[in-house]
Design a binder for this molecule. Structure first.
Ligand code: GLU
Length: 296
């Protein structure tokens, strides 16, 4: 594995709506972590799933972060402009990636098991070539069989501790390119984290289940594996993840200090005493540093 020197963190929102209280938590934590490590913090617009892109949302998110004192420390990467990079990565995977002609229904009907995200496990139908009469719909990545080297992926999460996942039984051969032609998030995020030199990923725990897949892909592409920290998720009153899909409101930018304090409070940082943003940042950085800062 390549040794990483110099902290590079990132925040990678999908522009499916404005920044909301839930995504501000991830933005703030990743920003604080970069700052306490003396690192850089990069913004990336994850619009690879163009069916979910809302016009104007990317600029709105970038402007909101800047208004909250969190501008990107470098050029903002935009996934929809990087399809040639994902194609190159796909080419490097060679025969490990294979065309699959199965529909979602066929996979569900095969009932070989349930993946950790609740979806039906892929039964491996097209692993050794498209079944007769089938046309390629998606591109899948072959994962090692149960019991084979590399099948069990382990990593130490900086918030949640030791994690592990069995690729064969918890995930299955996963999609790299979707039936509608768009590259899958799993491939794009791995290529982008590597090309931006990201050493530390700080993001919501809704992505914990994707991490083993990403670590496996990094290994196949000879990329270094960053450190990971998965944050607890902000829930709404009915216990759902706070997200654009369930109608989370945009932030109230007339009250930036209050919005920052709310996000910091959710992360367990004591910033209520701050009367202005300068004081807020001092308290938030000290609080994060005490818990997650570099150790001598
Ligand atoms: N684009 C993802 C989201 O908005 C974040 C992906 C990541 O941080 O790896 O939920």
């Amino acid at each position: 594995m390549t040794t990483v020197t110099g902290y590079i963190g990132r925040f990678a929102p999908s522009p499916s709506g404005p920044l909301h209280a839930g995504s501000l938590v991830a933005a703030l934590a990743s920003f604080l972590d970069a700052r306490v490590h003396g690192g850089r913090w990069l913004l990336r617009i994850e619009d690879i799933d163009e069916t979910r892109t809302v016009a104007g949302a990317a600029d709105d998110i970038i402007d909101t972060l800047a208004a909250l004192d969190m501008p990107s420390d470098g050029p903002v990467l935009v996934q929809s402009r990087r399809k040639d990079r994902y194609q190159l990565a796909r080419d490097r995977l060679g025969a490990l990636a294979y065309p699959c002609g199965c529909s979602r229904k066929e996979i569900a009907d095969s009932r070989v098991g349930t993946a950790s995200d609740g979806a039906a496990l892929y039964p491996g139908t097209c692993r050794h070539g498209l079944a007769p009469g089938k046309v390629a719909r998606t591109l899948r990545l072959r994962v090692p069989d149960a019991g084979q080297a590399g099948e069990l992926v382990r990593f130490d999460d900086r918030w949640l501790g030791r994690q592990s996942q069995h690729l064969a039984t918890d995930v299955g051969d996963f999609v790299l390119q979707r039936a509608d032609g768009f590259w899958a998030y799993q491939l794009a995020v791995v290529v982008d984290d590597a090309e931006q030199g990201v050493t530390d990923v700080v993001r919501g725990a809704d992505l914990l289940d994707s991490t083993a897949r990403q670590i496996y892909l990094q290994g196949q592409l000879d990329y270094p594996t960053p450190r990971y920290l998965h944050l607890p998720l902000l829930m709404n009153e009915v216990g759902e993840k706070f997200s654009k899909q369930n109608g989370a409101q945009a932030l109230d930018l007339a009250r930036p200090l209050e919005e920052l304090q709310r996000a910091a409070g959710f992360l367990g940082l004591e910033t209520q005493a701050a009367r202005d943003r300068e004081a807020f940042w001092t308290l938030a950085l000290a609080g994060w540093n005490a818990r997650f800062g570099p150790r001598p």
